[in-house]
Design a protein around this ligand. Structure first.
Ligand code: CUV
Ligand code: SF4
Length: 618
């Protein structure tokens, strides 16, 4: 039964244990939820005003219009771009907080500029002069410029200027260059208010504009400034899966999305005084591990072990061995407080934006970062003695992995330029590349699609890059190792041996999808072509979050063919569906496809790559 829910043995074991311990999980609740509402599933339920809720009858002779007269096209388009607004807001608010942290670093705080060179590079994009300037002064100016991009009242967001010119031209001609990151999100909320926009094409266009403000704005700023503050990721070894929890150490999980607190917690977990305290309570030490995208942030820079992805958050607590789980924002199931209450685990919320009843709230503030990080770890240490031995069962499954593939690292491995990569593509050793991103979703078997698709692609000499929860899925399967070259086609295997890289490269958290954009942009620049001409594709195999809708949209608008493994709520409108899966290609060179079978998806990607290769004449 559990094998139907996940391909991961460690997770299946914990689901068995949950049943025994009488603990309900997301899978159980998903079952109770079935059948899910058909109106919601197809996007034709509207609750935007209080004359509603309204719904469109797609099969019978029920209503074809809402009370205000909105038809399925309008309702579907409005709902979809509201998802983009929420997703873009989540990423961009994260970016804003990072920019604030840089500002504080400039004025003197526990944070510091770790990468002055990267700071100088991004100063260029913001038009900040660096010559003869003190690094703190540059940091302050860059932070201010970045913060301006969120709320500017004139001009345009700066970062999209980094794109190849052909791409910039498309955005300008179609009037989707974001004016300010926040403004496009606010405009979605306005435009979708009852009785404003009734043109589904115009609605989707605004969705694209907000999504570009995420990918080439908020997210890219988040990634770049995180690198400046916490370090540009370099290849580093780690381990992945629930088996990284330790029986005789204080286990602390950092879960959520932002690096500001988690990076401090990594430092604090090595604090001598705290290590002493851990020993005093009888533990051998402090075992800090990461979950979801906060986990991705810290593993990329410190090698912090990766305990699990989105659908493993409850399973981690079910081991009975997590002494504290610290969460910040996004993808934190409210159920955690209930699951934690079935064991000894202390759940600690830290963001004023995300409180959970039943959790301990220790609010993080950047001004006392280190002190708070220590205080939080102390909760875990003190809780170690409360473990219930008969409830502890840590599965042994874990895999080795090499992570840390920032664009800088990839270029370094290639000797400083994308030329060797292009040469390998031209020679046909590598057919192309695919980005696998995004979450888990109980609508599909946990990790199955991520892993099957990645394996099928590398077998066919397609290089794979990852962000988000996809990285945990592939990591647990051993695909992030040098040995995974044995699963590759002969061409990709040769390249992996030559460059000493895994065939599946972990590029970071969800905001780090911006790293994928920059890598594609570098390839396009080198080939003097547009991103849409490259033999590449993207996939969000098991996505669930609104952020994924924003990510998918900015990839399509950047010219990338993007496959969704789980259908978004759009099928209620034939017009919107056609726009997204066909017509947008004529404008942006990229489009969406929905394919629920990973093997068929691999074929679609390979066909697409072949078409693009032919067009490039290679
Ligand atoms: Ni931001 S958004 S479940 S943790 S990738 Fe994982 Fe990644 Fe989706 Fe959330
Ligand atoms: Fe119904 Fe129109 Fe109100 Fe939506 S906006 S709930 S379709 S009346």
């Amino acid at each position: 039964m559990e094998e139907k829910r996940t391909i991961d043995i460690a997770t299946a074991k914990m689901l068995e244990k949950a049943k025994k311990d009488n603990v309900e999980t997301a899978w159980d609740r998903a079952e109770k939820m079935r059948p899910q509402c058909g109106f919601g599933e197809t996007g034709v339920c509207c609750r935007i005003c209080n004359m509603g809720p309204c719904r469109i009858d797609l099969v019978g002779d029920g209503p074809k219009k809402g009370i205000c007269g909105a038809d399925a096209d309008v309702i579907v388009a409005r709902n979809l771009i509201r998802m983009i607004a929420a997703g873009a807001a989540a990423h961009s608010d994260h970016g804003r907080d990072i920019a604030h942290t840089l500002h504080m670093a400039a004025e003197g705080s526990d944070y510091d500029v770790k990468e002055p060179e990267k700071l100088k590079e991004i100063a260029k994009y913001f038009g900040v002069k660096t010559e003869g300037k003190d690094i703190k002064e540059i940091a302050k100016k860059v932070a201010e410029k970045a913060l301006e991009d969120f709320g500017r009242y004139k001009g345009l967001v700066a970062y999209p200027k980094r794109a190849v010119e052909q791409r910039q031209k498309i955005w300008k001609e179609n009037n989707v260059w974001p004016r300010s990151i926040d403004r496009e999100i606010v405009q979605i909320m306005h435009q979708t208010h009852m009785g404003v926009d009734a043109d589904y094409i115009n609605l989707i266009q605004q969705g694209v504009r907000a999504a570009l403000g995420d990918g080439w704005g908020g997210s890219m700023i988040a990634t770049d400034i995180s690198d400046v503050l916490f370090g540009v990721p370099k290849p580093i070894e780690t381990e992945v899966n629930l088996g990284v929890l330790e029986k005789d150490m204080v286990n602390i999980v950092v879960h959520g999305h932002e690096p500001t607190l988690s990076d401090m917690i990594v430092q604090a977990s090595q604090d001598k005084e705290l290590l002493e305290k851990a020993k005093e309570v009888g533990a051998k030490g402090i075992n800090l591990v990461g979950m979801c995208c906060t986990g991705n942030e810290v593993v990329m820079r410190h090698g912090t072990k990766m305990v699990g992805n989105f659908l493993q958050q409850e399973a981690a607590i079910v081991t009975g061995a997590v002494d504290a789980m610290i969460v910040d924002v996004q993808c934190i199931m409210p159920s955690l407080s209930y699951v934690a209450s079935c064991y000894h685990t202390k759940l600690i919320t830290t963001s004023p934006k995300a409180k959970v009843p039943g959790a301990i709230h220790i609010e993080f503030d950047e001004e006392h970062a280190y002190e708070i990080a220590k205080k939080i770890i102390m909760v875990g240490i003190e809780n170690y003695k409360n473990r219930i031995p008969e409830k502890v069962n840590i599965p042994e499954e874990k895999s080795k992995a090499v992570v840390g593939f920032s664009v800088e690292t990839i270029l370094n491995a290639l000797g400083g330029s994308v030329k060797p990569l292009v040469d390998a593509i031209v020679a046909g050793d590598i057919k192309g590349a695919a980005g696998l991103v995004g979450c888990n979703n109980p609508k599909t078997k946990h990790n199955y699609y991520h892993v099957e698709l990645a394996k099928e692609l590398i077998k066919n000499d397609v290089l794979v890059v990852l962000t988000g929860c996809a990285a945990y899925a592939c990591g647990a399967e051993g695909l992030l190792t040098l040995e995974a070259k044995e699963l590759c086609g002969p061409g990709l295997k040769k390249v992996c041996e030559l460059l000493k890289i895994p065939p599946v490269l972990h590029m970071g958290s969800c905001v780090d999808c911006s790293r994928i954009l920059i890598l594609l942009n570098e390839l396009a620049k080198y080939l003097k072509t547009d991103i849409s001409d490259l033999p590449v594709a993207g996939a969000a195999p098991e996505w669930m979050s609104e952020k994924a809708v924003s990510i998918g949209t900015y990839f399509v608008a950047s010219g990338v063919y993007t496959i969704l493994g789980v259908c978004p709520p759009v099928l209620g409108s034939k017009n919107v569906t056609k726009l997204l899966t066909e017509d947008v290609e004529k404008i942006y060179g990229g489009k969406f496809a929905v394919e629920t079978d990973p093997h068929k998806a691999a074929q679609l990607i390979m066909d697409h790559i072949e078409t693009k290769r032919k067009a490039l004449g290679v």
